[in-house]
Design a protein around this ligand. Structure first.
Ligand code: ATP
Ligand code: MG
Length: 564
């Protein structure tokens, strides 16, 4: 795996393309496609395929089509088409006017099927689905020929036409390719090309009641669009001979080449649309765009940037070996990207009230605070300071633990952009014993961040002025599952859901500059992580922030360590 930042990545697929250029295989043309089935929202695995297909087209001056691979009426829907279009655009890719639908090819595919029948290469079979499975054999045993295999061309044509005309119920007949029941590759044992499905298709409605199978439709759709390199995931390796067989028998030109690569598998999540659908339907998550989902819409809502996702796809590279990629790698790409460009502000998510006893009650100072310490061009804003503040509850300990250097009775800390304060006492709720207020004094000589006598503090903590603060809800996310491979366990994957994957904090206080924040705006909350204003929060809820990612890999965090 290559982690270097190269502007033109290199991998075994690009090697094939460059070799094809040298041999003029496709007359110097490169045409790829991204072919999602619109039966769910795109996820980060799809992003890998999108980046690969569109990336190759861009790198070699070729084209990449967006094709809805919509040949199965069950579960396909316009909602998913719209989500796919939105997400691929958001990732930063452009198919220009080349948005295609496999369902637009139904008539042509049907004609190709008739042609195969006329060539004696396809037949209508009356075996039931169970019988077909039984006749197919196993990896170690050859299959048996269907008793319907030797029907005449005329009979096959007539039956297939009647299948199309809707004369039969589901399961009564299928159209099969006549290849080889003894093939060591089970895929080649007279695979099904068409089956009857009495379902309304989201685009063609009830125009068709027979639908082509993936293997038949995909290679021909590629060929219809003039695709040169048909890139798919490894599980289709055994299907490649069939892909080639259909094109060969039909003699279609140009002939695309199927190339397989390892799919992306990420730890602590699942990546199958069916499983993700289950989470949506069970109500485990708040829709496909829940920020806990590995979907692109979820990641967008959480605050991930397309640049970070593209960088991630580039870093993981493309290979022929399946591997599990650590979620931490993706999070690191997000952090690196946001670190460079997001303004830094102060917010207190678990507020504890601090009263500065020697600060005048009616006084308000305004501190000019830069948005990014290394980027003066990002500007600054005014942050009000007054007698009553909020600090983070975990920045105070009445009885400090070992190595706790933040605020505790008698100790002194620096307030970010402000004064040194020393804790003089606490006020507790008499009933619960909970600390409700911390009392401090400040040193007016330390405004610059330094004490004139040279004394030092061990920590700088963030704060907001109580009377000026803006209230907000903040949602913190953790891994969706408690194990790296939820689908590999003994139990159903939902048994491994992390009950603490979402924490909602409703009484957070933000510095007042955040009052006008708009959906999608991103910030670093100093010391807490990167946050994004939820673009999908219910109206009337006020400001809701999603934590995009922590400032460092929290799973590698050393307990009790203090960020100075
Ligand atoms: P799922 O398992 O989520 O249903 P799928 O392969 O059935 O995935 P499609 O909509 O058919 O979903 O996928 C569209 C394209 O994206 C295909 O070319 C497929 O190979 C690719 N793709 C899907 N999942 C991944 C993944 N995890 N990593 C890389 N590419 C993927
Ligand atoms: Mg698929």
């Amino acid at each position: 795996m290559d982690h270097a930042d190269t502007s033109s990545p290199s991998d075994f697929i690009r090697d094939i393309i460059e070799e094809d250029f040298r041999t003029h295989k496709h007359q110097g043309r490169v045409a790829t496609r991204f072919p999602p089935e619109p039966n769910g929202y795109p996820h980060i695995g799809h992003a890998k395929s999108v980046c690969l297909n569109f990336g190759i087209a861009a790198q070699y001056g070729g084209t990449c089509n967006l094709r809805m691979d919509d040949t199965d009426p069950s579960g396909e829907d316009m909602e998913y088409v719209e989500a796919i279009i939105r997400d691929v655009k958001w990732l930063g890719f452009d198919w220009q006017d080349r948005l295609y639908f496999a369902s637009d090819y139904y008539e042509r595919l049907y004609q190709y099927a008739l042609q195969l029948i006329r060539l004696g290469k396809a037949y209508v079979c009356d075996l039931s689905p169970d019988e077909i499975r039984e006749y197919r054999g196993t990896l170690t045993e050859p299959g048996r020929e269907s008793p319907y295999r030797n029907r005449s061309v005329e009979e096959n044509l007539a039956l297939f036409e009647r299948m199309r005309a809707g004369e039969f119920e589901e399961g009564r007949h299928v159209l099969r390719a006549k290849i080889d029941m003894g093939s060591p590759n089970v895929t080649m044992r007279d695979p099904i090309m068409y089956r009857i499905k009495r379902e309304t298709h989201y685009r063609t409605k009830d125009q068709w009641c027979i639908y082509p199978m993936y293997d038949f439709a995909h290679c021909l759709s590629d060929s219809i669009e003039g695709i040169t390199h048909s890139i798919c995931t490894l599980e289709f390796e055994n299907n490649r001979p069939l892909y080639d067989w259909f094109l060969e028998q039909l003699g279609v030109q140009p002939r695309p080449q199927q190339i397989e690569f390892a799919r992306l598998d990420l730890s602590y999540t699942v990546m199958s649309k069916r499983k993700l659908m289950e989470l949506v339907e069970r109500g485990t998550v708040d829709g496909w765009d829940d920020p806990q989902m590995p979907t692109l819409s979820g990641m967008r809502r959480r605050g991930y940037t397309p640049e970070a996702i593209r960088k991630f796809c580039e870093r993981i590279g493309v290979s022929k070996n399946d591997s599990l990629i650590d979620m931490a790698l993706l999070e690191n790409c997000v952090r690196e990207d946001l670190n460079e460009r997001v303004p830094r502000v102060m917010a207190v998510i678990r507020p504890l009230k601090v009263v500065i006893n020697n600060y005048p009650e009616d006084r308000v100072e305004e501190f000019d605070c830069p948005y990014h310490p290394q980027k003066p061009e990002m500007g600054s804003r005014k942050v009000p300071f007054s007698r009553v503040l909020f600090i983070e509850r975990e920045d105070f300990m009445e009885i400090p633990a070992k190595k706790f250097y933040r605020l505790s009775p008698g100790t002194e800390v620096r307030l970010r952009y402000g004064y040194f304060i020393r804790c003089t006492g606490v006020v507790k709720d008499p009933a619960s014993g909970e600390i409700v207020e911390v009392h401090c004094t400040y040193d007016p000589e330390t405004r610059s961040g330094f004490a004139p006598d040279g004394r030092k503090v061990n920590a700088t903590i963030h704060w907001v002025s109580a009377t000026h603060a803006v209230q907000a809800e903040v949602r913190l996310y953790d891994r969706l599952f408690t194990v790296p491979e939820p689908l590999a366990g003994e139990a159903d994957f939902t048994e491994y859901l992390n009950p603490k994957s979402l924490e909602v904090l409703t009484a957070c206080r933000l510095e007042p500059s955040l009052a006008g924040s708009q959906p999608g705006n991103r910030f670093q909350f100093e010391r807490l992580g990167y946050f994004c204003v939820d673009p999908a929060a219910a109206s009337g809820k006020g400001l809701v922030f999603n934590r995009t990612v922590t400032l460092r890999d929290s799973w590698a965090k050393v307990a009790g360590k203090v960020k100075p």
